[in-house]
Design a protein around this ligand. Structure first.
Ligand SMILES: [Fe+2]
Length: 318
């Protein structure tokens, strides 16, 4: 079966306490040492000090020890080394430079969804009551880390590592590999790799309950820093998720998202929906079906030259 979960990520930033406090204000719990999570998933983000903002570890899960051996063998075929100790494989992303660790296991299950009563034309399930989103006082906390996105000039090398090596399953691709959406769970994407001037973490994405939760959580961030919105609110074409992209206090982009496509039948998706030759800018694979459509700052983040210089200084190349 191979990979089955995105467990958590380790982020390195110059001011970790500031980032931890930011996510605590969003309703996450700090367990000490920069470890942030929620009731369902106590470990989702691990925030540590670094000289520049970057992702330092991607932590995944897979079904069995046999999967670890398969992954190690596939990586060896690509010239990448991996070591296995007990039920954990570790290796280094040859393009981005961060550690990848894979444990035998699975992400902790989420508690029941907290659907709100909704009134639709011809069918009411809320009468004589105000909407829950109006009545509740605090924005809802994120439920889980859903995906990460990497930009890199070496996107085909990165694609080979994640798809051919680690075994992420492709959901959709733009121009046969220029941008690759891939999954290790049932989400349409837990990973996206796209071209960029410098290898970097483009964003990490936190799933929330629904569009109201996206809007209210985003609004609360905006109230703290009025330049924190990057692009949103809208609904993506590929993945279908409702999105709002913002920057956290370290300058790293993150996403509040909801309602992403779920792929539970790989064969049916490949047969009926997957395309590898989507064109990128307009039409069905464009940035959004509604909402902003030309998100310049999404792909051209202002501190990329700084990240490039820090990577060079650390011997990581572009
Ligand atoms: Fe995203």
């Amino acid at each position: 079966m191979g990979l089955n979960g995105l467990l958590d990520i380790e982020l390195r930033v110059p001011e970790p306490a500031e980032l931890v406090a930011f996510w605590e204000r969003r309703g996450m719990t700090h367990h000490g040492d920069g470890v942030l999570g929620t009731a369902d998933r106590p470990v989702q983000l691990r925030v540590l000090h670094g000289d520049y903002r970057h992702l330092s570890e991607l932590h995944l899960s897979c079904e069995s020890e046999a999967d670890l051996a398969d992954i190690r063998d596939r990586l060896a075929g690509l010239g990448a080394e991996a070591s296995i100790s007990d039920t954990r494989l570790t290796c280094t992303d040859p393009v981005l430079g961060h550690r990848v660790s894979i444990d035998v296991g699975a992400p902790p299950p989420l508690g029941p969804s907290q659907a709100r009563a909704t009134n639709l034309p011809g069918g009411f399930d809320r009468s004589n009551e105000r909407a829950d989103a109006v009545a509740e006082t605090d924005p809802r906390a994120p439920r889980r880390l859903g995906h990460v996105v990497f930009g890199t000039p070496r996107f085909m090398d990165a694609r080979a590592f994640y798809i051919d090596g680690l075994g992420f399953r492709i959901s959709d691709q733009v121009l046969n590999g220029v941008a690759t959406f891939a999954r290790c769970e049932t989400d349409h994407h837990n990973l996206l790799i796209h071209p960029g001037s410098v290898s970097h973490l483009n964003h990490y994405a936190m799933e929330v309950d629904d569009v109201d939760a996206v809007g209210k959580a985003g609004q609360a961030v905006l109230a703290e820093r009025d330049d924190s919105s990057v692009v949103g609110v809208g609904r993506h074409n590929l993945g279908s998720n409702i999105f709002w992209y913002m920057t956290d206090p370290s300058g790293t982009m993150f996403e509040f998202f909801s309602d992403i496509d779920q792929i539970v039948d790989d064969e049916a998706w490949d047969r009926d929906h997957r395309r590898d030759d989507w064109e990128g800018s307009d039409g069905p694979a464009g940035f959004s079906v509604w909402g902003p459509k030309e998100p310049d700052r999404f792909f051209n983040q202002p501190d990329l030259p700084e990240i490039g210089a820090a990577r060079e200084a650390n011997g990581l190349g572009s």
